[in-house]
Design a protein around this ligand. Sequence first.
Ligand SMILES: Nc1ncnc2c1ncn2[C@@H]1O[C@H](COP(=O)(O)OP(=O)(O)OP(=O)(O)O)[C@@H](O)[C@H]1O
Length: 637
Amino acid sequence: MAPPHDQMLPTHWQDVREWSMEKRQSYTMWALDVESVLSLMARQLGVEYARRLSNVVSAKSAKYTSTFISALHARPEQSVFRCPALSRQRMEHVKTDPEAPLGNGMCPVAMYGEFAFRHNRKSRYALSLTERDLAVQKLPAVQAARGRVVFNLRDCVGCRAYGADDHADVGAYFSAYFYPFRKRWASPGVARQRVEQCFRVASTQDPHGNLDEARKWARAISDGSVCNRPQKTGERASCLCAEVRRPCTFLVLLNPQSGKGQAHTLFTRHVQGILQEAGILYTLIITEHQNHARELVRETDLSQWDALVIMSGDGLLFEVVNGLMEREDWEEAIKTPLGILPGGSGNALAASIHHYAGLQPVTSEELLVSCGFTLCKGLVSRLDLSSVRTASGQRMFSFLSLAWGFVADVDIESEKYRRVGAARFTLGTLVRLASLRVYRGKLAYLPAQDPRGPSSTSAQGPSPQACPATHRDLPAWNRPFRNSCNSNNTPNPKRTDVPPAPERGPPDSLLAPLDSPVPAHWTVVTDEDFVLVLAVYQSHLAEDLIAAPASQLEDGVMHLIYVKAGISRTALLRLFLAMEKGTHLGTGCPHVEYVKVRALRLEPHSPKGTITVDGELVEYGPVQAQIHGSLARLIAG
Ligand SMILES: Nc1ncnc2c1ncn2[C@@H]1O[C@H](COP(=O)(O)OP(=O)(O)OP(=O)(O)O)[C@@H](O)[C@H]1O
C-alpha cells in the first residue's frame, strides 16, 4: 500500500479528529503497515535496529505515525509501534505449544514504550515487550547491550498497575515482579531472588489516560508471565497435565507447629507477597490440632478452590491426601490440584519438586521462595499415590514413603529435636548409628519389570479387593499396637487415629489379603535381617537427602531400597553422606539393594520397631502397599 503524500499527513493529532471515517481508515491501514514492517525488522535485526529505523522513517513521511495512531484511537499513546500479530492470539499459540521454534530467537515486539523508573524520574528507559521477555534499555542507547537488562517472562509471576498516591502526581505506575536466578551473596550457587521493576507512565497530563496505559502494560506482562512456563526437558516434560484456572483462589492450610514452629512467620514473610504479586486470592486456615486439615478437606465444598495449598511439612499433606480419599466423591476430589510450601523440618516433597525442575539444590527459605514461585506458575502434574494397608485393616494413601527400621526410627525419635529444624535428622542419624539395630522380618515385592507384563500380573493377582486380616488371626509379634502408644509403650509423638470412614479409592488389585501368602510371581527376599527397608516414591526423603534420584512424580513405581544386616556403622554413615548428593546407589556397597517395584509386603518379626508412612507413625506389624499411578494432581513447575 502506497504511503499517503507527505503534505497530506496531519501535523497534530487534533487535525485527525476532523477527518472523515474513510480517511481515518485508509491512514490507519497504512500506519499499521509501517508498524508491521518495524515489527518484522525488530524480529529479524533486533529491537534496537528497529528503533533506529523508526527514527529514520519518522524523519520522512511517517514522522507522525505515533501521534497519528494516538489520534485515531482518540487518546494519546506512548507506544511507537505494536505488532498486531502478537497479542492474545499469539500468546494462545504459545500456551498450547510452548516448545514451538521461534526462528533465531528473536521475537516480535508486542509493545514498546519509554518511561522513567518510579524512584528515578530523571532517566528514561525504553521498554520492549516480546512474548518471551521484557527488555529495559537506558536512554539514550549509546551502545547496544550497554545499560540494557532483559527479564525473562518465565521468571515473572505478575504485574500490576496503580495510580499515584499523591494527587498532585498525574503519573501512573506499573510494577512487574520477577524471580530470576541470581548469585547468592554469602555462598556459591544461585537461587531465585525477587526483582521488582516499577515504571512511571506520564505521557499526558491526564491521570486516567496514564493509568489506562499502565494497565495495558500490566495486563500484557501478566499475560506473558502466564504463557511463559518454566521449561522442562526430557521425560519430565511429559508429566504436565494442566494449568490452574486463572484468576485463581487457593485454600492455604498452615500447620503452626510444623518445623521449628515458624510456619506462619515464614508464610507472611515469603509467600504472602508473591501470591499478591501473582494476583492469586487465597484463604488461609491455620490448623488447630492434628487431623484438623483432614476433617476439613473431607467436608469442604472443593469447588470454591482452584488448589489446596499446604504450608507445613509432609505430615499435613498426608492428612489432606487422606481426607480427600475419604470423600464420597474421592475420584474427583483427589484431582484437586495440591500445592506444597515447605514449612516443616523434612519437606521431602517440596525438595523433590525443586529437584524435578532440574534446579540447583536449595534449602530453607530459598526452597520456600522456589516453591512459592512454582505455585504462582500453576502448572499441574500428575502424582502417583501408594495405597498402604496395615494388619488391622487400616488403609491409607501415601505420596512419599513407607519406612521400617533405621529411617523410620530416626524420623520418629528425632521429633524431640524438632526445634533445631532440618538438623534434627542429622542428630537423630548420629544417635541411632551409635546404637545400630538389626530388624528381623520378611520382605516380598512385585518388581516393576514383571516378565509377564502388567496384564498377567493383575490376571494372576489376588481378588480385586484385598481383605485385611483380623488381629486375632495374627501371631503375637504381628498384632497391631494401640495407636496412642508406640512399640516401646511411650506416647506417640504423632498419631494418625481418626474416626473410621468407609473404605474408598481404587481397588488394590495387586495385593493379596495380608493373612494369605504373597502371589507366587512376587519376589521374596531371602535375607531376613535388615537395617532399613524404605520404599520411596519421590526423589527426596528430606531437603538434603536424595533417596531415589531417578524418581518422578508419575513413574508408576516405588523405589525400594533396603540395607541388609552386616553393614558397618562407617559404611552406613558413608551411605547417608552419599545420599546428600544422591550418589549412594552407585557406591557398590554389597549390603545395599535397590529395585523398582509396583507392590510390596513387609512382615516384621522383631517384636519392637517403628513403621512410618510419609513420616507419620502407623501401627507396627505386617504392612503392604501398591502404587496407583497418576491418581492425584500436584502443582509442580
Ligand atoms: N495445629 C496443630 N497442632 C499440632 N499438630 C498438628 C497441627 N496441625 C497439624 N498437626 C500434625 O503435626 C504433625 C507434623 O506436621 P508436619 O509433618 O506437617 O510437620 P513436620 O513434622 O515439622 O514436617 P516434616 O514432616 O517435613 O518433618 C502432623 O502429624 C500433623 O497432622
